[in-house]
Write a protein that binds this ligand. Structure first.
Ligand SMILES: [Zn+2]
Ligand SMILES: [Zn+2]
Length: 121
């Protein structure tokens, strides 16, 4: 007679999961036809709003700035800013580290009669 006592397995716990699954499925079915319409319109708006953000003039200025910075760098190590001016040709292409190791100008291969240190403010 112990079976009759053990059999009641709490029917609520067995019924609860299927109810929630059905409810979630029913809820998903309702917005489905509406969501694709909204998703199609959303990317168009985001693309339009992104395009004006990228200013072509600003990009050009940034490129120019990068080029100027690259031209400022030492032609030998590219690690430090060139601040040694070669005389007499006047090329500014060496840093304080590389200038002593160079006997000829790295730009025009001209002779180095002297080196001037440039201080940028
Ligand atoms: Zn250098
Ligand atoms: Zn030179």
């Amino acid at each position: 007679m112990g079976r009759s006592r053990k059999r009641p397995r709490a029917p609520k716990s067995n019924k609860l999961p299927p109810i929630t699954e059905e409810g979630s499925v029913v809820r998903r079915k309702e917005p489905r036809p509406k969501s694709p319409e909204k998703q199609e319109t959303l990317p168009d708006i985001s693309q339009l709003s992104l395009q004006p953000r990228v200013d072509p003039e600003l990009l050009a200025l940034r490129r120019e700035n990068n080029q100027l910075k690259a031209e400022r760098d030492c032609r030998i190590c590219r690690d430090h800013e060139a601040n040694r001016l070669v005389m007499p040709c006047g090329h500014l292409a060496l840093c304080f580290r590389c200038s002593p190791a160079v006997t000829r100008c790295v730009c025009c291969n001209g002779p180095i009669r002297g080196i001037m240190t440039i201080f940028r403010t």
